[in-house]
Design a protein around this ligand. Sequence first.
Ligand SMILES: [Zn+2]
Length: 460
Amino acid sequence: MLKLIFGLLLAALLMGQAMPPTADRQLAHDIYKEFIEIRSGYTTGATTPVAEAAAARLRAAGFADADIFIGGATPKKANLVVRYRGVGKAKPILLLAHTDVVEAKREDWTTDPFEFVEKDGYYYGRGTGDDKAQAAVWIANLIRYKREGFKPDRDIIVALTADEEGGGPYNGVEWLLKNHRDLIDAEYCLNEGGWGETRGGKRFSNDIQVAEKYVINFRLEVKNKGGHSSMPVPDNAIYHLAAALDKLSRFGFPLKTNDVTRTYFESLAKIEQSPIKDDLAKVSAGSPELLERIAAVSPGWNATLRTTCVATQIEGGHARNALPQLAAANVNCRVLPEDTVSYVKETLTKLIADDQVAILIEGEVNQGPASPLRPDVLKAINQVTDSLWPGVPAVPMMVMGATDGAYLRVAGIPTYGVQGFFFGEDDMRFHGRDERMPVKSFYEGQTFLYRLVKVLAGGE
Ligand SMILES: [Zn+2]
């Protein structure tokens, strides 16, 4: 009985330790609510009110106007940059979050997506996960450091930026890099893109995003003089395209690993329960058969081990009774950071081997390197993760989606996606309906980021 009481007390203590002080919790809550309720949808909304709301909070907390910047590519799409001054012993660190959100329609949701609702242990609202939690926490924690008189060894810069979702002409990070690089120049950056995962309610990994695949869209296009469908000829645009897509459907890029994915699978080997555990542990040895077995486990692991290209859209023909003059498909490729654009294009050209099929690159390609596995950053993340959630590993990984980290990595600012917010591995609702964040996760993440930035910034 005594043991039980002691156990409960200890658990309560540890939980208390993971929770920020009440006033800071309330502040983070209020900022989070305020951000969620601003309609900053990527296509129809504005990020400027979010930047202004954050600036008002910072000014009220005593931040100097000279350290706050608001500006952007267009009046509705402003970014906020604020600098917390350190003693200048090292280059600044940059804390990034985007303030635009994927559009959400009231009729698709159970609750109003632009109302901050607490229900059944969750916070609901568009952006509760992606990415207004981190935005709110960066601001709340900066205010807490100020109140506590924290003097970091280096400047801490927070940037809340526009239009991460879909990139486009108003992307805040791209704009800041081009127009105000000095404001956000840093040794490295912490961003979204890595979060904690729970299985059956139990935390099992705190993910760190250190690399991203990049995207190439190819248009496969076949043009033909066409003719009347009553007198067909073998040279048919649709058949050329179909043959090309058939070859693609049976093709796989070579399986391989890099520093990041090797570390990822080796970390997973320590928590995996099934027999694949042994293969994961030996991933560095990397025989083709072993990589085949790992890739076969899930589409996610397959995509971690190779560049992938898949047909996503198709068009062609202009009448039921005419031979097609055009057949075209979009092929969406998610490319490993170490594979080049020309390598992917040449591989597809060789595979398809039909000069009737033009292989054209659509739009801009943003290829960035992986961030180096910096020992100082990884050590700090491990240490803080372990202090809050003993036994939960911090796992470096490469993600399939793209974030603003890509712009920063290209610009020479290594970027690490890390949040310490835990979500159920089967309950990721980013971009979807009824997006939500476990209430407890939010405040634990607040503590995690508070401690992590303190360790990385140094000072007292
Ligand atoms: Zn996001």
